[in-house]
Design a binder for this molecule. Structure first.
Ligand SMILES: C[S@@+](CC[C@H](N)C(=O)[O-])C[C@H]1O[C@@H](n2cnc3c(N)ncnc32)[C@H](O)[C@@H]1O
Length: 200
């Protein structure tokens, strides 16, 4: 079988055909609980590959003031922009995460890492680090399971993430997620990774 090109057309088509098995329909519990303990409401926050970004609505309701969403699928971005119309404190960008420029205190990860081709994982890690300010955090969930079917989603395991992320991040937390949504129980890691001062 020919390798699937995970490009803009692919993701836009999935959105238009409502093939969105990843969409849980609400803000994910691990991210909600993490953000409940995150004090700086004015932190610059990026959610890459945001999809419906239910987490963004949660953050707005909690008083966060500087949220940026980015997604590559034009139809999705159009729909999310409509949903968030008139809301200050949030930007919805249409674009490729790997081309994005900016500086953030926090990047939230939720089924974006597993959506990209695994060959792009080193680029994801270095791009995330380059988008973060000093002491910036990458936090959220990663799958800790190998899927039987061809991806996306592409799975992985803690050991491989460990060696890949530790080049650019201090692994403050990388452990089995205790508050996953029921459908993902036992198959996720929670991560809280602090950008290293000096990138290896
Ligand atoms: C599996 S979905 C996850 C959506 C959302 N994070 C969620 O959990 O519901 C992956 C998302 O990443 C977007 N995406 C894929 N490649 C991208 C890229 N290079 N830059 C930005 N967004 C991308 C897709 O359009 C899609 O919305």
């Amino acid at each position: 079988m020919e390798k699937q090109q995970l490009n803009q057309a692919y993701w836009n088509e999935r959105w238009e055909n409502r093939q969105m098995g990843w969409d849980i329909g609400y803000a994910s519990t691990p991210i909600v609980e993490f953000m409940d303990g995150y004090e700086n409401k004015d932190a610059a926050i990026l959610i890459p590959g945001c999809g419906n970004a239910y987490e963004a609505n949660y953050l707005l309701d909690q008083g966060f003031t500087n949220i940026t969403l980015i997604d590559i699928a034009p139809k999705l971005v159009e729909d999310v922009r409509k949903r968030l119309e008139g809301k200050a404190n949030i930007k919805v960008l249409l674009g490729d995460f790997f081309d994005h420029e900016g500086s953030y205190d926090l990047i939230l990860e939720q089924t974006f890492f597993c959506a990209i081709d695994p060959t792009l994982r080193p680029a994801y890690i270095s791009k995330s680090a380059s988008l973060l300010n000093e002491n910036g955090l990458l936090a959220g969930v990663l799958f800790n399971i190998h899927f039987q079917r061809p991806g996306p989603p592409f799975g992985g395991h803690e050991e491989e993430y460990h060696s890949a992320f530790e080049k650019s991040f201090e692994l403050q937390i990388m452990e089995p997620c205790r508050n996953s949504i029921p459908e993902r129980k036992g198959s996720e890691l929670f991560i809280k990774l602090k950008k290293k001062d000096v990138q290896n």
